[in-house]
Design a protein around this ligand. Structure first.
Ligand SMILES: Cc1ncc(COP(=O)(O)O)c(C=O)c1O
Length: 429
């Protein structure tokens, strides 16, 4: 039998080291998975509370979805966008039905990066203006443009930046100047956006692009009125609003289908990937008809709209509807948030417990202060793995623990996970 050490030795010979796996010297070498569990090659079972980065949204190898994937695979596998297939049309109809406002026309690709590229292209062609404003601590993907849109140094590689991207202050209340209220943080962000437009642009922009809750940034939740205060400034400068729902989409934030619906504003463009397809590679950009129609000219994606991906994604969304996963996210999210608040009161290494729905984070700090403690964060996530629970990490300072179980997580699994988290917190405190 091949041992995990042998596989890792071979991995190091043939893979770029930059895609560093979690868990240092003992990375998880996945063998198989079913529903909430994943097994490594040594046969150890883990409860998965990160879902391949918020992507396995309704359980690994979900039988109902796999059936429909297989049926499509046997019928029609690939056409590219030069031929139409009905699966593509049915999925686009479903996305248009569930998304808010006037969002109506889709473009399918294979990843969140490409979905964001498409959104920026559409905004630029619609407005005739190249300037895009994103937020500090954003993560938008790994193409040259997407790395430019991103605003976390460690994720911006290669030294090439898009000259038309500007970054504004994000509403990171936990790390705002000492003593500032949430209201003052929003005031600061509003002033910063106004100043960015006045000083770093000619006064006109193509788009403001933001995640309703910053994901890779460490599940940073804005104050309730943040987007309502920001958007009038964006629109006054001629910009459209792109909501990057790659992490927050499809019920994750609880009670509603999309994160931006929590904040009472309407986007002109939305982007999706990750959990939309339960692990099949998809990117989707949806826009109002006039913005979509402005992308005049030739563009295509060989694998975008692939019938198998389309059928799998539609099956995933229909599964979410049939099992009302947005409500489960709300109920289980509230129960998790309560538990995490108790841990924050008990363990001084937790600077803040925050989140919404099944998107909850613990920011790990030097005991009693706010100094980020990345080493202890690694130790904590490793301790959870040893106890059979998989969690994520994130944040610019590497000190946010990201907890994002499947959208259909059960109360029993939530209890098991919370017990493991309590034990691991005690161990690393
Ligand atoms: C909010 C957000 N946008 C875009 C992306 C890029 O998606 P992908 O990795 O599928 O290209 C990510 C990936 O983590 C993300 O979190």
């Amino acid at each position: 039998m091949t041992t995990s050490a042998e596989i890792m030795e071979r991995y190091r010979q043939v893979m770029f080291p930059a895609a560093a796996p979690y868990h240092g010297d003992a990375p998880l070498i996945a063998d198989r998975a079913k529903d909430q569990y994943i097994w490594d090659v040594d046969g150890k079972r883990y409860l998965d509370f990160f879902g391949g980065i918020l992507t396995v949204s309704v359980g690994h190898c979900n039988d109902e979805i796999s059936e429909r994937t297989m049926a499509q695979l046997r019928k029609l596998q690939h056409t590219s966008t030069i031929y139409v297939n009905e699966s593509m049309v049915r999925l686009a109809e479903k996305v248009a039905e569930l998304t808010p406002g006037r969002l109506q026309k889709c473009f399918f690709t294979n990843s969140g990066t490409e979905a964001n590229e498409t959104a920026v292209l559409a905004a630029r062609m619609y407005t005739g203006n190249p300037i895009i404003i994103t937020l500090r601590h954003a993560y938008s993907g790994r193409s040259m443009l997407a790395m430019s849109l991103s605003a976390q140094g460690p994720w911006r590689l290669g030294g090439v930046v898009d000259p038309y991207v500007r970054h504004a202050r994000n509403p990171y209340t936990f790390r705002a100047p000492a003593g500032m209220s949430a209201e003052q943080v929003v005031d600061l962000c509003v002033a910063d956006l106004e100043e960015t437009i006045a000083t770093a642009t000619e006064g006109r922009i193509a788009a403001f692009m933001a995640e309703p809750i910053q994901g890779a940034g460490g599940f940073i939740v804005p104050p309730e009125d943040y987007f309502q205060r920001i958007l009038p400034i964006v629109r006054a400068a001629g910009g459209v609003f792109i909501s990057d729902e790659v992490q927050t989409g499809w019920g994750r934030t609880g009670g509603k289908w999309f994160g931006i619906e929590q904040w009472g504003v309407e986007p002109d463009i939305m982007t999706f990937a990750k959990g939309m397809g339960n692990g099949s590679p998809i990117g989707c950009t949806i826009a109002t008809p006039e913005i979509a129609d402005a992308v005049a000219g030739l563009t295509f994606s060989t694998f975008g709209g692939n019938p198998v991906t389309m059928a799998t994604t539609l099956a995933t969304i229909e599964y979410m509807e049939a099992h009302d996963t947005p409500t489960n996210c709300q109920v289980q999210g509230e129960s998790m948030a309560e538990k995490l608040a108790e841990f924050a009161a008990e363990f001084p290494i937790i600077g803040e417990a925050r989140g919404m729905g099944l998107m909850q984070a613990l920011e790990i700090v030097q005991p009693g202060g706010i100094e980020p403690d990345a080493a202890r964060t690694v130790a904590f996530v490793d301790a959870c793995k040893k106890k059979g629970l998989l969690l994520g990490k994130g944040g610019l300072y590497g000190n946010a623990v990201r907890i994002a179980p499947h959208l259909n997580v059960s109360a029993e699994d939530m209890d098991v996970a919370m017990d493991i988290i309590a034990g691991a917190l005690a161990e690393v405190s």
